[in-house]
Design a binder for this molecule. Structure first.
Ligand SMILES: C[S@@+](CC[C@H](N)C(=O)[O-])C[C@H]1O[C@@H](n2cnc3c(N)ncnc32)[C@H](O)[C@@H]1O
Ligand code: SF4
Ligand code: SF4
Length: 335
């Protein structure tokens, strides 16, 4: 099975959300030749298109045609804009699509993302679902919505969409980062009203007592290409392993052995003897680095509190959604 490749075709966006990890500053676009160069370097099993709002890069239709021609399963993440503006033939070539909705009601969502954001997102969900595409609503758990995620899951279900949650990553600053208590209360509240489909968030897996092969897929099975042409082991990793210009056909092995990828697979010193390390691997390496301690346990380590975290989840049906393999995420279904 090939790697999952996340491509940031552009950092341009029509919105300016406070939590957004996309690189600020000058707009950068990748073109079709850039994507082809990257595809030649790696054995690619699937692609996700994220980072900015993809339709703002004029190369998007050609890139989608090329990925389709090569039979590469592709998903696209959007605030709604790209999914409303793409023609339906191209939309139907996607394996699945994701629409970002962080709050369950229009006033909160529009206050966070801008006027009209909720209407556009829900219209995009309905358009894509109406075309028969698999749609996932995607929320980011933040300091401001950690206790409302089950409501977003129910909204997603009412529109015929799946639902997944990523935890906010402090790429630019920590203002919206949930506290340790909010993180664990957030998952507890979410699992009370949903069943678990897939989880690749290492600390959550560890707290659930579920088995997985030591840590997340970042630096092992996934690669990220940014709009500036940087190659990263994870979308939130702050320093590039190499650049698009340096990639050659068959560069994959060298990239996975580069110092940045090796660092991304590292297990922190204090975690080496932990009873949960086989599942957790020390938690999310990007999060550890972003809060200043790659060699420290994940800031959400379940053993960090006064009492052990008690988390239970009902197991739901397994679904093959592309993004589950290239970012730490939790997919649930409202019940
Ligand atoms: C960067 S956006 C690009 C696609 C599109 N513009 C959108 O909003 O869905 C991709 C996803 O990353 C999420 N995201 C942005 N900044 C994040 C951060 N700092 N931590 C975690 N997720 C983040 C967004 O909410 C969105 O769900
Ligand atoms: S819509 Fe997406 S890319 Fe644009 S600012 Fe918001 S999260 Fe970032
Ligand atoms: S000590 Fe390390 S390996 Fe153990 S649960 Fe905490 S972060 Fe995970």
């Amino acid at each position: 099975m090939g790697i999952s490749l996340g491509i940031g075709l552009t950092n341009a966006c029509d919105l300016n959300c406070a939590h957004c990890y996309r690189p600020q500053g000058a707009v950068k676009h990748l073109d079709l030749a850039d994507v082809e160069r990257c595809l030649a370097a790696f054995d690619v099993g699937s692609v996700n298109l994220g980072t900015g709002e993809n339709i703002l890069n004029p190369a998007l239709p050609d890139v989608l045609d090329e990925l389709h021609e090569r039979g590469i399963k592709t998903s696209l993440t959007s605030n709604g804009k790209s999914l409303l503006e793409l023609d339906s033939d191209r939309l139907l070539r996607l394996h699945d699509v994701e629409v970002s909705v962080d709050f369950p009601d229009r006033p909160s969502m529009d206050a966070f993302r801008g006027d009209g954001a909720m209407a556009r997102a829900t219209e995009a969900v309905r358009r894509c679902a109406g075309l028969g595409l698999h749609v996932t609503v995607l929320a980011v758990m933040m300091r401001t919505n950690w206790d409302r995620l089950a409501d977003v899951a129910h909204l997603a279900k009412s529109m015929g969409a799946s639902f997944r949650v990523n935890v906010f990553q402090p790429v630019h600053d920590t203002d919206l980062m949930p506290s340790w208590d909010q993180f664990w209360d957030g998952f507890r509240l979410l699992f009370e009203r949903t069943s678990l489909v897939t989880c690749t968030e290492p600390v959550v897996l560890a707290a659930l007592g579920m088995q997985r092969d030591g840590g997340c897929g970042c630096g092992r099975k996934s690669v990220r290409l940014t709009p500036a042409g940087d190659v990263l082991p994870c979308v939130y990793w702050p320093t590039p392993a190499t650049t698009l210009a340096a990639l050659e056909p068959g560069s994959q092995a060298a990239v996975f052995e580069s110092p940045e990828f090796v660092a991304c697979r590292s297990v922190p010193e204090p975690c080496q003897d932990c009873e949960l390390v086989a599942t957790c691997g020390g938690g999310c390496p990007a999060r550890r680095r972003l809060v200043g301690g790659l060699n420290e346990p994940d800031p959400y380590c379940p053993l960090k509190g006064d009492k052990p975290v008690l988390l239970r989840a009902e197991l739901g049906p397994d679904l093959e959604l592309l993004h589950a393999s290239n970012v730490c995420t939790t997919i649930v279904e409202a019940v």
